[in-house]
Design a protein around this ligand. Structure first.
Ligand code: GSH
Length: 213
């Protein structure tokens, strides 16, 4: 199994986190996003979207972190990270979809623009994205998440799932996009719970939001 990944990519980190939680070994191929390697023909042949992560397992190529999380969690015991039950699957998917929409185009994009000077959303780097919509969407998504977590410990099913893994990185890294998490105490408590899971390891920026500024 091969994973195309980049050290500071939160979407790649989601996959690496699940692999660590499940003790899955895999060859890692570094794609230097800062050198725009993802937009070179060689990598575009692997993923025409010009994005990491990409997982290759025999004849299967998966070009999306959510698809990879579902695949790996299913393949390695299903529960607790995924589920065999339709209602639980849908509840987990609700948060994975939230990660790929509200989170990606909110706190993710703001972090990419503020700390890396690019949108990070796969479009060539010479195109600049306006930060204003990401800031508005990011703030709203933190409010939605905080409200949800006020009455529960985990996002779905009463246990840590790949829904939590999908939402965690960019919410935890939101301060790199100039969001303060101080007024979202339910989120802060949940971040600490994720960080205390056996096998957890950090990504750059988790404890120093200014390291790229
Ligand atoms: N929907 C994709 C999004 C992946 C994505 O946003 N990847 C970013 C890094 S975290 C990327 O490769 N960006 C390349 C670029 O913007 O040039 C997923 O969840 O895997």
């Amino acid at each position: 199994m091969k994973l195309y990944t980049y050290e500071e990519s939160g979407n790649s980190y989601k996959v690496r986190l699940l692999m660590s939680f499940l003790n899955i070994d895999c060859e890692k191929i570094d794609v230097d996003l800062m050198q725009a390697v993802q937009h070179q023909p060689e990598f575009l042949a692997v993923n025409p979207r010009g994005e990491v992560p990409v997982l290759v397992d025999d004849n299967l190529t998966l070009r999306d972190s959510a698809a990879i999380l579902v695949y790996l969690a299913n393949k390695h015991g299903c529960e607790p990270w995924w589920s065999e039950e339709a209602g639980e699957q849908a509840a987990i998917m609700e948060w994975m979809a939230f990660a790929a929409s509200w989170v990606q185009y909110g706190v993710f994009t703001a972090r990419a623009i503020v700390s890396f000077g690019i949108s990070g959303n796969g479009i060539p780097h010479e195109f600049n994205e306006d930060i204003a919509p990401s800031t508005i969407r990011g703030k709203r998504s933190l409010e939605i998440l905080d409200e949800h977590l006020t009455s529960r410990e985990w996002l779905a099913c009463g246990r840590p799932t790949i829904g939590d893994i999908a939402v965690f990185p960019y919410v935890a890294l939101a301060p790199m996009g100039n969001f303060s998490l101080d007024s979202y105490q339910a989120i802060v408590g949940w971040l600490e719970r994720v960080k205390s899971l056996p096998g957890f390891f950090p990504i750059a920026g988790l404890d120093d939001a200014d390291y790229r500024k």
